[in-house]
Write a protein that binds this ligand. Structure first.
Ligand SMILES: [Zn+2]
Length: 342
């Protein structure tokens, strides 16, 4: 089969289309013919190097967010059949440790991530455990489905399970046009919350407005004052922030007394400082939202497939165009996801 294989660390030249053997299904696996696979930031970071996930090795086939058709099933598989349209949860646990039994596969010591440290979706075929291949209803396209797995599960966990966003909340969403935030804005609106979208460009804010955001703020200007004006002087109930160091202080400043800051990323840096008094005196709750659970994934799909939500696709391309065109590190200027079609 054709696959986009990474053989070194570096720029676009580190990956090339190669012919590699087709995967064989293990007894509990299905083989999926990839219809589409979405570009992730991790793909670019690990291409530049070093590998970030334990067990990463070269050569590597990246691509974590995958949808396609089942074309073969292992001997023990009864839950899926050839021809099924599926979307893949890329998180593979050992299945027997305490974390896996609790559905917290992301904390398994033997964690494998399809496209992260195991062969992924930049290939014509990929083998995955059958239990991670979730059915896609006919009314949802496979390109659309491939845009869902990691950003929507991450947003689900941050917005609902950790952030506990409800109808009375005002929610500030930082980096509002990122793939995770595109999901979070819609999930917060679906819960009945009011949403303040913060982004770096007017184009990104326009995208957030199209998803239902109620107040649009540029991130290069102070946000605390406008958020307080919008909430009658109170401040935001929840801030969803995966930006990290660059937005940390502003996120804290716009919270109400007792407000909650959900932290689930550090794309602008990992180290911050804080005033302990500012946090305890105001009763702020600082909440980490890490690896999504198996339940988060299933609930997210059920919700998305029930309708009324949408993904944004910035571009579709073939293997040859992915890294030369979108892999320069400027993909964050795009609104929506880049989908690769073998
Ligand atoms: Zn485990």
């Amino acid at each position: 089969m054709r696959a986009l294989v990474q053989t070194a660390f570096g720029g676009p030249e580190a990956v090339a289309v190669q012919r590699v053997p087709e995967p064989e299904p293990g007894p509990h696996d299905v083989v999926v013919r990839v219809a589409a696979c979405a570009l992730n930031r991790l793909d670019l970071l690990q291409r530049r190097g070093p590998g970030m996930l334990p067990g990463f090795s070269l050569p590597h086939i990246a691509g974590m967010d995958i949808a396609g058709h089942v074309v073969a099933t292992g001997a023990s598989v009864t839950s899926r059949a050839v021809g099924d349209r599926v979307v893949i949860d890329p998180t593979v646990g050992c299945g027997s440790c305490a974390h896996c039994l609790a559905g917290e596969r992301g904390h398994c010591a033997a964690l494998r991530v399809i496209g992260g440290n195991a062969p992924g979706g930049y290939a014509e075929f990929v083998a995955v455990p059958a239990g991670l291949a979730h059915p896609v209803p006919d009314h949802v396209g496979l390109v659309e489905a491939a845009a869902l797995p990691t950003p929507w599960s991450t947003a689900w966990q941050a917005t609902y399970r950790v952030g506990e966003v409800g109808p009375d909340d005002c929610v500030v969403v930082q980096a509002a046009a990122s793939s995770v935030s595109i999901a979070a804005i819609q999930l917060a609106k679906r819960a009945g919350a009011r949403v303040v979208a913060v982004a770096s460009t007017d184009e990104k804010l326009a995208a957030a407005a199209g998803l239902g955001a109620d107040l649009l703020l540029r991130g290069d200007a102070p946000i605390s004052g406008p958020v307080r004006d919008f909430t009658g002087g109170r401040g935001a109930d929840v801030v969803l922030d995966h930006v990290g160091a660059a937005t940390w202080q502003r996120s804290l400043d716009c919270l109400r007394i007792g407000g909650r800051l959900v932290m689930f990323g550090n794309t602008t840096g990992d180290e911050v400082s804080l005033s302990l008094a500012n946090v305890y005196h105001r009763g702020l709750r600082l909440l980490g939202s890490g690896a999504y659970t198996a339940d988060d994934f299933s609930l997210m799909l059920d919700t998305y497939f029930s309708g009324g939500l949408r993904t944004l696709v910035a571009a579709e391309c073939g293997f040859e165009d992915l890294h030369p065109t979108f892999g320069r590190g400027d993909s964050r200027s795009l609104v929506g996801r880049v989908l690769v079609r073998p």
